[in-house]
Design a protein around this ligand. Structure first.
Ligand SMILES: [Zn+2]
Length: 74
């Protein structure tokens, strides 16, 4: 379980992901701020604010990626 503070409002959020790594979009539950972040080996590499449009694009990319992974494992 990884916990991080929102750079915008300081609200703490916890989430879990596979392989201790995550790269993608995230919305703050408190201020609704949108961010693009990357975590590698439970270390936050970067977290930068993005626009609503970028957020949607990143979500689509992530969905495509997981579809691709599913296809490979079948
Ligand atoms: Zn926030």
């Amino acid at each position: 379980m990884f916990s991080m503070k929102c750079p915008q409002c300081g609200a703490e959020s916890k989430f879990s992901f596979v392989n201790n790594s995550y790269e993608g979009p995230r919305r703050c539950w408190s201020c609704r701020g949108l961010f693009k972040l990357k975590i590698a080996n439970n270390v936050l590499m970067y977290c930068e604010p993005i626009t609503e449009e970028e957020f949607k694009q990143l979500q689509e990319i992530n969905e495509l990626k997981s579809k691709f992974r599913n296809d490979l494992s079948e």
